[in-house]
Structures are given as structure tokens and as C-alpha cells.
Design a protein around this ligand. Structure first.
Ligand code: LLP
Length: 421
């Protein structure tokens, strides 16, 4: 459920007509709904009620500081995967003790930044990384809290580019080697083991892979405890999927996910951490774009938009489906026709949808890409020297620009020309 509904025939973001925002900031742009962000955060929080838990929002999904502060004020922690994300979370006002540091290749510099600013825990991804965390912690005279990310060799049954829990993936240490790695961790004076971490992939639409992975973590918890390790925190990663095509997808609900967590891990008495990103931000954001041209091709019509693959790369990168809806509600019974919906970038990959049934549209009409809040703005680029598009946050009847569109001068002046030219 989200807060982007038609009211009196016009698409609104909460109480603000989307066209009003377009008139104020120009197109294309991203718009987020505060109520939807909070609703989805609260669904997770409520799903884990009764267990000691923290919902650490995976800020890679949408990392604007206004979004981070909205969630942090509701009680969320953050899952970060780079020094930049760590500093951004701090700048948004998130305290270090609510920040979890994940990511496959943390550099010594990033580790230093986090240890200096305070950190809830590092999720260690490899033995060499563990040695570096220990060395930096010793150098700073502090103890680094860690979990080790285990790779449970579970098929997440999602797109290959976002599956992370199979043994052939680059993530974590093989679960069978965990006892050895935890023994090494216990021997390093700069580290304190606090628990276990697992994350098997993103956009999972079935609970079974999670259940399988979490059962393996439950067994490992008992095994490591028997070996004398103080395992009191389980970080279960993110990955719960969202319905992109409203009509035919019904991924499990956070409540069902929470019940499964309690069922598989509840008996261990551990603190539970989860790192959802997509489910919190995905349906809380639209990308709004304008039709520039309607072009009749050989046997097909193209809707050429002012938004492109550099603004929303998911269709080009993962063949992802996004609902695309007109901002003016079509009259009931209006005849739909198929369009190829494309951006102006000079490659065929810049295609958002093929033969998508849409009501008739004309140049100047606005369309909204639904479910674009997660992995939208954060993955955008200035390819073709197209400015990063603005981000807007709505809260009831108010809206604010939370990232401005840069000017062409700002973009161009970032280059420096060597003196020999
Ligand atoms: N925790 C870790 C360690 C992760 O690597 C990720 C996502 C998450 C949590 C959050 O997963 P979520 O709840 O958002 O599924 N760009 C891709 C998705 C990449 C996901 C990467 N890791 C896309 O647009 O589909």
C-alpha cells in the first residue's frame, strides 16, 4: 500500500497533486511519501514486536538525508555499505551506535571513519577484512564489535544480479568454515564477537529461502555458543520483495516474515536485526517524467520521455518492470494502446517498457513510474551530461525539494583541464 492515489482524477502524492510539484521543480523528478516510508518501517517494527530487535534501514535503497532522518526519528537504525554512507547517516543525525556497517570490501580508511565516529557493529565479509578491522581498532585503541557474514549456500530464487546467498557468490564466508573463522576472531584483541550476519539476496518473493538460511543460522548459533562464543545478536539482512506489477504479484507480508523469524530463531533469545531497504523505500517513491514526443515507428509507437536510463536504470539493468501511469487519470473505459516507452539516451537499452498498454498520451503529458523509491535516485548518473534529477519529499499537504537539480554549469565546471591543453 502507498499514498500515491488519484483524487478527483489527478494523481496525488499524499495531499499534493503531482502536477503541482512538476510545475514547481520541472521534470523529471523523484517524489517520496513520508507516510508510506513510515508505514513500511512500522510494519517491520510491529512484525518483530515481542522480540528485542532493531530495524536497520538499508540506506543504499534511497539515501537522501531527509529520508534517513524521517526513518531515524521513527526509531530506525541504518545499514551502511561505505564510508560515504556512514558519514551521510551521521550527517542525517543517526547515532553511531545505531549504524551497522556491511559491505564486501571495507577499506582501512572506511573502518577508521566508523570506529572513530562510533559503530554498532561491522558485518565482516572475509578473513583478510577481519584482520584489517582488528589492526585499525588496535591502532585506535578501541574494540570493534563484529558479526561474521556467513554464506548459507541457499538459492534466493531472485534475479541473478541480486542473489547473494549461493556459495559461488562473493559474499560472506562459507557457513561450514564459520567455527574456524570465529575461533580466529576470538583470538584477535581488537575485536569483540557479538553475533552472526546473513543476507541472501534482494526482491525475494517467497519466504522459504529465508527460512532455510535462518534455520542454518540457528544451528550455527548453538554450535558457536557451545564453542564458547557470545552470540547474542543475529543480523538477518534485508531482501523482502515488493509487488512491482500490482496486478499479479503478492510477496509475503512483513508480518509473515516476522512470524517466520520468531519461529526459526525465537528460542535462541538473541537480539534480532533486519536490514530492509526496498520494502521501506520502494513503493514510497515515484519517478515523474514528461512525454516529449509520440513517434510512430515501423509497426509500433514510441513514447519518448524526458526521463531516461540514467535517471532510473532498473529496467535496463535488471529487465525490471515498473508500473507507468498517467498523472491525469484516464476516463473509465478509455481504449488503451501499446507503446514502447523510452528515454532520449542514445542506446536501445534506454527502454523502460515494450508494448505497454497505455491510454492515449500526448506531448506534455506527465507519467509516473511507480515503485521507484528504492534503487532509483541512488543509482542515477549524469550519463549524456543529463543532470541528476531532483528529489522531493511530501508530508501531508507540504512538499520540499530535498535534492536540487544541478545546473549545467555545476556539472561542466566539475571537470578540470590539465595545463598542457
Ligand atoms: N543488506 C545487505 C547486506 C544488502 O546487500 C542489501 C541489498 C540489503 C540489506 C537490502 O536489501 P533489500 O531489502 O533492499 O532487498 N540495485 C538492485 C538491488 C540491490 C540490492 C543490494 N543489496 C535493484 O535495483 O534491484
Amino acid at each position: 500500500m502507498d499514498h500515491f492515489l488519484y483524487r478527483d482524477g489527478v494523481l496525488c502524492a499524499e495531499d499534493v497533486p503531482v502536477a503541482e510539484i512538476a510545475a514547481a521543480v520541472g521534470t523529471p523528478f523523484y517524489v517520496y511519501s513520508t507516510a508510506t516510508l513510515l508505514r513500511h518501517y512500522n510494519l517491520f517494527d510491529e512484525a518483530l514486536a515481542g522480540t528485542d530487535h532493531v530495524v536497520c534501514y538499508a540506506m543504499k535503497a534511497a539515501s537522501n538525508q531527509a529520508i534517513l532522518r524521517t526513518l531515524a526519528q521513527a526509531g530506525a537504525g541504518m545499514d551502511v555499505v561505505s564510508g560515504g554512507e556512514y558519514l551521510r547517516a551521521k550527517a542525517a543525525g543517526v547515532p553511531g551506535e545505531k549504524i551497522v556497517f556491511s559491505g564486501v570490501g571495507k577499506t582501512a580508511e572506511e573502518i577508521r571513519i566508523a570506529l572513530t565516529g562510533g559503530i554498532r557493529q561491522f558485518n565482516v565479509e572475509s578473513e583478510p577484512e577481519m584482520e584489517v578491522i582488528n589492526a585499525v581498532a588496535q591502532d585506535l585503541g578501541v574494540i570493534a564489535p563484529i558479526t561474521v557474514r556467513v554464506n548459507p549456500d541457499v538459492d534466493a530464487k531472485t534475479h541473478a544480479k541480486i542473489a547473494t546467498g549461493k556459495s559461488e557468490n562473493k559474499f560472506g564466508i562459507p557457513i561450514a568454515r564459520a567455527p574456524e573463522v570465529y575461533a580466529r576472531a576470538a583470538s584477535l584483541p581488537g575485536l569483540k564477537v557479538v553475533g552472526i550476519d546473513v543476507h541472501i539476496g534482494s526482491q525475494l518473493t517467497d519466504l522459504e529461502p529465508f527460512r532455510l538460511a535462518y534455520s542454518k543460522v540457528a544451528e550455527l548459533t548453538e554450535q558457536l555458543r557451545a564453542q564458547g562464543h557470545d552470540i547474542h545478536r543475529l543480523d538477518l539482512g534485508g531482501g523482502l520483495g515488493i509487488p512491482y506489477a500490482r496486478s499479479n504479484e503478492a510477496p509475503p507480508l512483513p508480518l509473515e516474515y516476522g512470524a517466520m523469524i520468531k519461529e526459526t530463531l525465537g528460542h535462541l533469545g538473541c537480539e534480532i536485526e533486519i536490514e530492509p531497504g526496498r520494502l521501506i523505500a520502494g513503493n514510497a517513491g515515484l519517478m515523474v517524467s514528461k512525454v516529449i514526443y509520440v513517434k510512430s515507428g515501423e509497426g509500433r509507437d514510441f513514447l519518448i520521455l524526458d526521463g531516461a536510463m540514467n535517471d532510473l536504470i532498473r529496467p535496463a539493468m535488471y529487465d525490471a518492470y515498473h508500473d507507468i501511469v498517467p498523472v491525469i487519470e484516464p476516463a473509465p473505459g478509455v481504449e488503451q494502446r501499446p507503446y514502447d516507452i523510452v528515454g532520449p539516451v542514445c542506446e536501445t537499452g534506454d527502454t523502460f517498457a515494450k508494448q505497454r498498454a497505455m491510454p492515449p498520451l500526448n506531448p506534455g503529458d506527465l507519467v509516473a513510474f511507480r515503485s521507484a523509491g528504492a534503487y532509483g535516485a541512488v543509482m542515477s548518473s549524469e550519463y549524456n551530461t543529463r543532470p541528476l534529477i531532483p528529489e522531493v519529499l511530501v508530508n501531508g499537504d507540504q512538499f520540499a525539494v530535498i535534492r536540487e537539480r544541478p545546473t549545467f554549469d555545476e556539472i561542466i565546471n566539475r571537470d578540470t583541464i590539465p595545463e598542457w591543453l
